[in-house]
Design a protein around this ligand. Sequence first.
Ligand SMILES: NC(=O)c1ccc[n+]([C@@H]2O[C@H](COP(=O)([O-])OP(=O)(O)OC[C@H]3O[C@@H](n4cnc5c(N)ncnc54)[C@H](O)[C@@H]3O)[C@@H](O)[C@H]2O)c1
Ligand SMILES: O=C(O)[C@H](O)COP(=O)(O)O
Length: 409
Amino acid sequence: MSKTSLDKSKIKFLLLEGIHQSAIDTLKAAGYENIEAISGSIPEEELKQKIADAHFIGIRSRTHLTAEVFDCAKKLIAVGCFCIGTNQVDLQAACERGIVVFNAPYSNTRSVAELVLAEAILLLRGIPAKNMGCHRGGWLKSATNSFEIRGKTLGIVGYGSIGTQLSILAENLGMHVIFYDVVNKLSLGNAHPVESLQELLATADIVTLHVPELPSTKWMIGEKEIRQMKKGGILINASRGTVVEIEPLADAIKDEHLSGAAIDVFPVEPRSNKDEFQSPLRGLDNVILTPHIGGSTMEAQRNIGVEVAEKLIKYSDNGSSITAVNFPEVALPSQSNIHRILHVHQNIPGVMSEINKVFSDNNINVRGQYLQTNEKVGYVVIDLDAKSSELAQEKLQQVKGTIRCRVLF
Ligand SMILES: NC(=O)c1ccc[n+]([C@@H]2O[C@H](COP(=O)([O-])OP(=O)(O)OC[C@H]3O[C@@H](n4cnc5c(N)ncnc54)[C@H](O)[C@@H]3O)[C@@H](O)[C@H]2O)c1
Ligand SMILES: O=C(O)[C@H](O)COP(=O)(O)O
């Protein structure tokens, strides 16, 4: 089993939001037993207390890790987002503090794509409204406004991992697929890129959103865009709650400009399953409302648990920051019979020459050196003979611009 200079029993993992047991099992198999797992998200004040002695934190989409929270996390080495989205973390603030952030970019892609497709089929048939009718004792047997999915046009906004997966599945069901992305993307199958969001909105029978939460995607679908959609169109949002304005959507459903919608993410979501969900969309029959469960399948959660836990273990045991979303990515060989120093510093002129001066001034033999930088920080990993690491760490900690310095052996 790999070693870390700090005894593994002292390395604390704080896992929030009901992260799957597979993460805990993976951490334990790697020798990490000091794990506090909490089923929901916690209020900010409690988070600030709990994060104070954590070396690693695992979250999902509900926990917001702000600069203020990071300031309370003096021991924190890395964050694992056990999901795709990382908008809930101040990535820049983490980077500047030498905290590496990982996520699981693909493990729930298929789950979201399947849900969207299922919702498209149900909404085109008017099933949610007919279902509600039966529950109330009604009997809405009619083919009026019920359509097959075959031959309809699906408009995908954001042709990334989920958008492309969905594109393939939809074509297999006989749909025409058009997509809009801000980046030039290779079309899969017969999917067809369009020039503008407006063109997509005006052409598609069903519009589905798969963009990240960014300043540029905030409220990208408001009243104007909803009214640009075809009359009788359907809107699906399983991306982020800040992408769609809910009031104009509710109005468009009520006045039948749109025939239906499926919304999985909301501008404000309840903190836990005990809190009430409030939305102007409640009570509208041909609207499917789901509690942010696009990625919540047993398959996805189990895979995410293993994937992100392995990334945290690798960073803790070996120093590899490969696939980090906010940090220079350094790939490292496994270390044997050496001590490894991990040094995170501000990316300012002169730091690397100061670091290398420590080795030459103190006659320390460097067995390997690996460096990557981004705009803000540099991450250099230095392999040394065991006898030199204590002195090297002491000297390196004094180098101007040092953010963090730890040793693995
Ligand atoms: N509901 C859920 O449970 C759930 C599950 C997984 C992911 N998500 C959300 O879905 C989002 C998309 O996931 P993904 O894995 O496909 O991400 P991705 O990064 O692979 O794809 C996003 C795509 O959106 C494009 N894009 C960015 N800004 C755009 C804009 N203004 N207009 C058009 N396209 C734009 C990007 O170029 C990219 O191709 C995630 O960021 C996450 O927030 C939600
Ligand atoms: O970003 C994601 O992967 C999804 O929004 C899922 O988030 P969750 O883990 O909170 O369900």
